[in-house]
Design a protein around this ligand. Structure first.
Ligand code: MN
Length: 292
């Protein structure tokens, strides 16, 4: 990250338009579970802002994009104030707001997730917009809705690295293969270590200098670490591997914003996912991160 003295924690505690429900409980659980302490340990002073959509009744798609708009304004405001934006959200599609606020032109995305979040309304079998977050970010779907998010424009596919995936649907697989998104699955990271990500990051660096880091906590291994949510699967990264890969990202790029998403504390009874998440926050916001 850049040399920001302060961190603006932007809290978007919603899942599918519902406040505090399921993964919507994650952001406040992270805050109550020691996020401020982790930031202070990293030498930062945090301030907190919670976004509140007003669409009534809430509707999954409309509320998701309303949240994106509110997040975009918060992220832009934080950057204007010289604060580093850290966005805690229930769903991954909140990333669209963060990317918009950070300024999508010339921005790269490093997206950690067990899933590809690359469905569109035409390929999804669940109707869950969370699973379309990356597809929206690169302009593949919901284009009119995304246009309504202040400052949003799609990020170029070639400026995206998707890492740690292992649960990808066939239609997503096809569309990823036809795209310029670089995919580094969880399996090679587990087999050969975090360094397998180096090539993808070095290539990304030829195109962009600043990145948004998206961290869906279900990139963590459901067995070795714990289940971040109801969609978590085994075969993922250990906390150490994730920390090492994050260090590789912050060693190469100016990280302009971080998003942490998809944490449902009811699946994390022993708090191991929480601990891993806080360690990631510390690593990503420490003033000096050594390059690997
Ligand atoms: Mn996700």
């Amino acid at each position: 990250m850049g040399d920001y003295p302060d961190i603006r924690v932007i809290v978007a505690p919603y899942d599918s338009g519902h406040r505090g429900l399921r993964m919507g409980a994650g952001p406040e659980h992270l805050v109550d579970g020691g996020l401020g302490e982790a930031l202070r340990t990293a030498g930062r002073s945090p301030s907190f802002a919670t976004v509140r959509p007003e669409s009534d009744p809430p509707a999954e798609v409309a509320t998701a994009f309303e949240l994106d708009g509110l997040i975009s304004e918060q992220v832009r405001g934080a950057l204007t104030d010289g604060h580093f934006p850290l966005v805690l959200s229930g769903n991954c599609n909140a990333s669209v707001g963060t990317i918009a606020g950070a300024g999508p032109e010339g921005l790269g995305i490093v997206w950690f997730d067990a899933h590809a979040d690359f469905n569109t309304p035409e390929t999804t079998t669940t109707g869950f917009t969370d699973g379309m977050g990356l597809a929206v970010a690169v302009g593949h779907c919901w284009r009119k809705m995304a246009e309504g998010v202040p400052s949003f424009s799609p990020v170029a596919e070639e400026n995206v690295v998707l890492a740690g995936v292992r649960d990808v649907q066939p239609a997503e697989e096809e569309r990823l293969a036809a795209s310029k998104v670089t995919v580094v699955g969880a399996e090679p990271v587990r087999r050969e270590g975090p360094r397998v990500l180096a090539k993808a990051l070095d290539e990304l660096k030829t195109g962009v200098g600043r990145v948004y880091v998206h961290l869906d906590l279900d990139v963590l291994d459901a067995e070795k670490v714990g289940r971040a949510n109801g969609f978590a699967t085994k075969g993922g990264l250990s906390a150490e591997q994730l920390l090492a890969t994050l260090g590789m990202v912050s060693g190469r790029f100016e990280v302009v914003a971080v998003g942490i998403a998809s944490y449902d504390p009811t699946f994390d009874a022993d708090g191991r996912v929480l601990s891993a998440a806080l360690a990631c926050v510390e690593a990503l916001t420490s003033p000096a991160t050594p390059a690997v």
